[in-house]
Design a protein around this ligand. Structure first.
Ligand SMILES: Cc1cc2nc3c(=O)[nH]c(=O)nc-3n(C[C@H](O)[C@H](O)[C@H](O)COP(=O)(O)OP(=O)(O)OC[C@H]3O[C@@H](n4cnc5c(N)ncnc54)[C@H](O)[C@@H]3O)c2cc1C
Length: 480
């Protein structure tokens, strides 16, 4: 029972990013009530400072390159990108952080919104501190769902906290193109943001501690992106870490000292070395959980460690299962279905193939990188499949050799790699590089999730002359 000064809802969702919005939507569609607590802007990092603005910054350069890759069209595209128009187009997608549209959407969907910072205050209770300092307590009849996402992790570089370092927030919202950008990191955000700002005219240098980009992917992905960035004029220094940075107060330039004894002068430094959970100020201690950690969950997104009962869930980046918007939304659908099942007194048992199991997190996470060339993957890499003890066979094919690819672009260059589980005769992993790789990957996702035997895939005939004919070539290379 809620105390008289408390508002009670079936489900209290803390964090209104993609995960929180979808959990709340699915909950109210099922007939239960839901409230979203949001500290900044409804829509989360994705809408204003991550996926949407980054792709809006990348698309004009990709469109220009695409037109220039076809003789006859190339001659019509001779000017450089217009940065002011590119930034203005990005702002049309993000509304410069104005969340009125998304807040209205919540309202229309019948979802309550409470603005402020939410903290757990014991079992099923969330205290919200509003921007004006007033505190309100929300009571959850069924569940609290934590969807607070992540924030950038900063590398241990002396002076980084004093130069006004760029994180994903500045890198996606900046209003001017820096003349010289140094990017610390070699992962997806580092590669995409170097591509975007280089395309807009910045000189860009990547400082990569590892010996390759996109570690954790098939090696061909990192190799192709390395080549693409180099062709674009991005300098990449492998095996190098920044150790000290300082901004000159007069010239506003930043000097970056590295561990190989060299120094670089630039205008902005972007730190893109990973994320940490937004759980430090979440009241986790009031329910006996460690402060500041990721929240481990089961396939229904129920928090597994140290919680009695089934009232606390964590969805999206904060549970670290698959930190991507589409997977956050997938988990949100699964979590909401599980809460509804349990509210009705039915068990939401994981391990099966029900809608309340976010099982694909473990074997079929698609990821798209919008560099030039694009790269995309789903499922296991060859290495991960071997480490999992599968009887693996791989097949590779150069997509350039497909007629549709050559028609698509004069200089088409791309690679497809399949990882096949020989015991079951099914695809368990796929990596694609090249133009349209990000669109082509969904075919592989369907094949993996559907566990479609290769013999059966043979009958899924790709249209001529499309780039998708690479699927026929891969099956032929496999021996069918
Ligand atoms: C530069 C960049 C580009 C990316 N591009 C892509 C992409 O192209 N495709 C893709 O799939 N993924 C991409 N991602 C990842 C994607 O942004 C995340 O996976 C996604 O935002 C996760 O959604 P979420 O709802 O879990 O968290 P978030 O989007 O981070 O939302 C969390 C929300 O919770 C709120 N919040 C936090 N703490 C509290 C609190 N205590 N009380 C109240 N509210 C709180 C925050 O204000 C925020 O609105 C990108 C990430 C970055 C950094």
């Amino acid at each position: 029972m809620a105390a008289p000064d408390e508002d009670a809802y079936d489900v209290v969702v803390v964090g209104g990013g993609p995960a929180g919005e979808v959990v709340a939507d699915r909950i109210v569609r099922s007939g239960l009530t839901a409230v979203v607590v949001e500290a900044e802007a409804v829509g989360g990092e994705c809408s204003y400072r991550a996926c949407v603005p980054s792709k809006a910054l990348l698309r004009p350069g990709a469109a220009r390159a695409e037109a220039r890759s076809v003789d006859g069209a190339r001659q019509a595209v001779t000017a450089a990108l217009d940065p002011a128009r590119v930034l203005a187009r990005r702002d049309r997608f993000t509304g410069r952080g104005d969340d009125t549209g998304q807040a209205d959407w919540l309202d229309g969907a019948g979802i309550a919104l409470v603005r402020g910072h939410g903290r757990l205050a014991g079992e099923r209770r969330v205290e919200v501190t509003a921007p004006d300092g007033t505190v309100r307590t929300l009571q959850a009849r069924r569940a609290v769902v934590v969807c607070t996402g992540t924030e950038p992790a900063l590398p241990p570089v002396e002076g980084l906290d004093r130069i006004g370092v760029w994180t994903n927030r500045q890198a996606t919202t900046a209003d001017a193109v820096p003349a010289r950008l140094v990017v610390i990191g070699g992962g997806v955000v580092a590669c995409e943001m170097a591509t975007a700002w280089r395309s807009l005219g910045a000189s860009a240098t990547l400082l990569v501690r590892d010996r390759a980009l996109l570690t954790g992917w098939e090696p061909c992905a990192g190799e192709e992106v390395t080549r693409g960035l180099s062709d674009l004029g991005v300098r990449i220094r492998f095996g190098v870490s920044a150790v000290r940075v300082a901004r000159d107060e007069t010239t506003r330039t930043v000097t970056v000292e590295t561990d190989d004894g060299t120094a670089l002068v630039c205008d902005e430094v972007l730190a893109a070395v990973g994320r940490r959970p937004r759980t430090a100020d979440l009241g986790l201690e009031t329910v006996g959980l460690p402060v500041g950690d990721w929240l481990p969950v089961d396939d229904t997104c129920r928090v597994t460690a140290g919680i009695d009962g089934d009232w606390l869930y964590a969805v999206g980046d904060v549970n670290r299962r698959a930190p991507l918007t589409h997977m956050a939304k997938y988990q949100a659908r699964a979590c909401a279905a599980a809460i509804v099942e349990r509210a009705a007194g039915r068990p939401a048992v994981t391990g099966g193939r029900q809608r309340w199991s976010a099982e694909a997190d473990r074997f079929a996470v698609p990821q798209a990188v919008f560099t030039r060339p694009e790269v995309a993957s789903v499922g296991l890499t060859e290495r991960a499949a071997r480490e999992a003890g599968l009887a693996v066979r791989t097949v590779e094919y150069r997509i350039d050799d497909v007629a549709g690819a050559a028609l698509h672009a004069d200089d088409y260059r791309g690679l497809a790699k399949l990882v096949v589980d020989e015991t079951r005769g099914v695809v368990v992993g796929c990596t694609l590089t090249g133009p349209m790789a990000t669109e082509l990957i969904h075919t592989a996702t369907v094949a993996i999730v559907g566990e479609v035997p290769l013999e059966r895939l043979w009958h899924a005939v790709p249209a001529f002359p499309t780039v998708s004919e690479v699927w026929l070539r891969l099956l032929e290379a496999y021996g069918l």
